[in-house]
Design a protein around this ligand. Structure first.
Ligand code: SF4
Length: 368
């Protein structure tokens, strides 16, 4: 049996965290129908009045996600953006502010409103690096000086030029902190096939990834490679180790492996929900497998309101793993309807507390 990392890590002003195996077991019991292991009351909540949402309590460490666009050049069978809608028995159909100036004006208005809450900011999509508006969005967010800025991308447009420089350099110029790149495999052929890129689209090859990671190393932009665990691809600890070993040759040293989300069994039955059912790998099983691989040293684990994360150190690299459960998210939200856990700005211009643009309306866009 290997020894566990004894160090405790201080987060925020006073919270000390380390690796506590009971946290994993408690979350697993909750997922199996047991009682809740999460208490939002333990965290600081800020009173705030939204124009349409009324008086709310906002989670102090709240994240504000911005949909730059919902177009994507891939068509992953596990696309979370789409599954979040299917989970609510809705089709992925969203409104759009089609005039770029109006979109930016509305985003500016919402940024001013949420700034006092001091959220972290994430850019999402669709594929945000392919949006012609991306650099303007980066400038706008930089103007307000938000803390901890993250972009999640499949990498496709990072080396394309916008506003006289590459998107990657613009992320660095406008003080982005984290770059999350999604890839299911280091093998371009497998990655392309599973993520189903359209044949004529821009694609981030492994050689381009090498260039991107080198630029990150020379800047304050921190990378993380994000890999979804799938039966047909990376599906065990040996596969995780191989993924990390290969990617490290290209300059990567920070990884997250994600379990396919659990969703409502009664959700709209599409190809995507079927694929997820058939390809699901349970991290709970993988975490037990890690005990047979002493090179992976437990570092810390964290519980969120619908996600749970374990982080390991491997050859001086960071390997995180995350489960998220939409059923738990719904239970938690319905138990605390006055709490805002996250804020999302949609392409329609609405600000909501949900990834579904018609739910938990906080500030409705009304075109003038
Ligand atoms: S790359 Fe991301 S947004 Fe695009 S289809 Fe895949 S999961 Fe969805």
């Amino acid at each position: 049996m290997k020894s566990e990392q004894p160090d405790k890590i201080k987060v925020g002003a006073s919270r000390i965290i380390g690796f506590d195996r009971q946290l994993r077991e408690r979350r697993n019991l909750y997922k199996q129908g047991g009682s809740s292991d999460y208490d939002i009351g333990r965290y600081e909540l800020l009173d705030y009045e939204f124009r349409d949402g009324g008086k709310k309590r906002v989670y102090k460490n709240v994240n504000f996600s911005v949909f730059v666009d919902d177009y994507c050049n891939a068509d992953c069978k596990f696309c979370v953006a789409q599954l979040r809608y299917h989970h609510r028995n809705e089709l992925y159909r969203k409104g759009h502010i089609t005039d770029p100036d109006k979109y930016l004006m509305r985003l500016d208005e919402i940024l001013q409103k949420v700034r006092p809450l001091d959220p972290s900011v994430s850019l999402t999509g669709g594929e945000p690096t392919l949006s012609p508006l991306l650099t303007e969005v980066l400038k706008l967010i930089d103007k307000y000086g938000f803390r901890k800025r993250t972009i999640t991308t499949n990498g496709s447009g990072l080396l394309t030029v916008q506003d006289n420089d590459t998107v990657l350099n613009n992320l660095i110029r406008y003080h982005w902190d984290h770059l999350n790149i999604s890839r299911v495999s280091p093998d371009d052929r497998i990655n392309k096939a599973i993520m189903r890129y359209s044949a004529d689209s821009t694609y981030c090859t492994m050689e381009m990834l090498r260039e991107i990671l080198a630029a990150c190393r020379n800047s304050t932009l921190k990378h993380r490679l994000s890999c979804l665990l799938l039966k047909e691809c990376v599906h065990d600890v040996a596969g995780i180790r191989q993924y990390v070993d290969v990617m490290s040759e290209y300059g990567a040293d920070n990884f997250i492996f994600r379990e396919l989300m659990d969703y409502d069994k009664l959700a709209v039955n599409t190809e995507k929900t079927d694929y997820c059912r058939q390809n699901k790998i349970r991290l709970y099983d993988i975490w037990h497998q890690f005990q047979e691989y002493p090179e992976f040293v437990p570092y810390l684990n964290l519980l969120g309101y619908y996600y749970y994360v374990e982080i390991y150190k491997y050859r001086n690299m960071t390997v995180a793993s995350e489960t998220a459960d939409m059923n738990i998210q719904n239970l938690e939200k319905s138990a605390h309807p006055d709490v805002v856990y996250e804020m999302i700005f949609h392409t329609s211009g609405h600000l909501t507390g949900s990834w579904v643009e018609t739910e938990e309306m906080l500030d409705r866009y009304e075109p003038k």
